[in-house]
Design a protein around this ligand. Structure first.
Ligand code: NAD
Ligand code: IPM
Ligand code: MN
Length: 359
């Protein structure tokens, strides 16, 4: 199969981890006889510097002409004091909105081989396997008015029925393929938008009698994620809560650098990116963990291209390298074998190509 992928490496470690993901997919191409055509586009801070805006028209065109989008991360101190419309993060929000990528899937799985390095006790982290379904194109991130001056600041949290319905339905559909449980997270004791959210969850749930569901307030959910994370199956929530809870949940796996994500449009078109940012503190040092980006590429194979076997091959290779005791720099001082970004990528590619010899 031939697939054309828009590659938006972005800023900081975004570039390093995206290079890792495309190298791994090239090895999948060799093993399974696919051809991936990578087309680079500018996004974020580099786009501001080179094209005067965080999401140039040219990048939109490249993405429109591609079968999927692979993204690194954007942002960094160089652009932190830019006006809102010239911030790298604005480009990310614009691309999500432009392509109507309203459902963001953030799977959180505890790798057995990393249980000992989770900040949680082994017995608490063991067996964690949840899917955070984050609404991605509404809520506080996009509501108008939104402004600040010296005396006043306004953000608007607005949700239309249709925006809530589509993400909640997606969550219930996913639960049917998993363990039949949905936890809907809101702040219905305070927020009007959460009251509508809760009502819609109850309506949707009527069509899924086999799926057990519960409502949970976001503050309690933040606590439960740490005390009893294995109890969660599918978690569905609005944009900002999903952003915060997914960073929190990522550390159950040992590192923010491990977590992949898929942002999907209703027709299945998708953008794939690790959940972490551009990590300016470690950028350019070849020490970033590329696994979140590599697992995002695996999600792309599965969701956008229907390549189940190929996606599993990537996931199996990652698992096997971790089981061999290898890790990246954030796990140093815990008796594991520390690899650079490129060495980790090579190890994963070797695993994939070993199987090629075995096939
Ligand atoms: P961050 O996710 O970039 O980093 C948080 C911490 O986690 C840092 O200590 C970093 O070194 C570490 N970390 C992150 N990814 C890692 C990896 N793959 N391997 C090893 N360690 C990793 O968050 P931040 O520092 O709050 O934000 C930095 C910039 O990134 C900001 O400009 C922010 O807006 C942006 N950001 C972008 C995205 C995105 O593009 N999707 C996501 C989050 C933050
Ligand atoms: C993420 C990031 C973004 C978000 C920022 C950079 C706009 O934190 O993808 O999780 O908040 O959605
Ligand atoms: Mn985030």
């Amino acid at each position: 199969m031939k697939k054309r992928v828009a590659v938006l490496r972005g800023d900081g470690i975004g570039k390093e981890v995206t290079d890792a993901a495309t190298a791994v997919l090239d090895s999948i191409g060799r093993r399974f006889h696919h051809e991936f055509e990578w087309v680079n586009g500018l996004l974020g801070g580099e786009a501001v510097d080179k094209a005067g805006q965080p999401l140039p028209e040219e990048t939109i065109k490249i993405c429109e002409e591609s079968d999927a989008i692979l993204l690194g991360a954007v942002g960094g101190p160089a652009w932190d004091n830019h006006p809102s419309h010239l911030r790298p993060e604005r480009g990310l929000l614009q691309i999500r909105k432009h392509f109507e990528l309203s459902v963001n899937l953030r799977p959180v799985q505890a790798f057995k081989s990393l249980l000992a390095v989770s900040p949680l006790k082994e017995e608490v982290a063991e067996g964690v396997d949840m899917m955070i379904v984050r609404e991605l194109t509404g809520g506080l991130y996009f509501g108008e008015p939104s402004f600040h001056d010296n005396e006043k600041a306004v953000d608007t949290l607005v949700y239309a029925r249709e925006e809530i319905e589509r993400v909640v339905i997606h969550a219930f559909e996913l639960a049917k393929q998993r363990r039949n449980k949905v936890t809907s997270v809101d702040k219905a004791n305070v927020l009007e938008s959460s009251k509508l959210w809760r009502k819609i969850v109850e309506e949707v749930a009527e069509n899924y009698p086999e799926v057990e569901y519960e409502h949970m307030l976001v503050d309690a959910a933040a606590m439960k994620l740490i005390t009893y994370p294995a109890a969660f199956d599918v978690v569905v929530t609005e944009n900002m809560f999903g952003d915060i809870l997914s960073d929190e949940a990522s550390v159950i796996t040992g590192s923010l650098g491990m977590l992949p994500s898929a942002s999907l449009r209703a027709d299945g078109f998708g953008m794939y990116e690790p959940i972490h940012g551009s990590a300016p503190d470690i950028a350019g040092q070849n020490i970033a963990n590329p696994i979140g980006a590599i697992l995002s590429a695996a999600m792309m194979l599965r969701s956008s291209f229907g390549m189940e076997q190929e996606a599993s091959a990537v996931e199996k290779a990652v698992k096997s390298v971790l089981e061999d005791g290898y890790c990246t720099n954030e796990f140093k001082n815990i008796g594991r074998k520390v690899l650079s970004t490129r060495e980790m990528t090579e190890k994963i590619i070797n695993e994939i190509e070993c199987e090629l010899i075995a096939d």
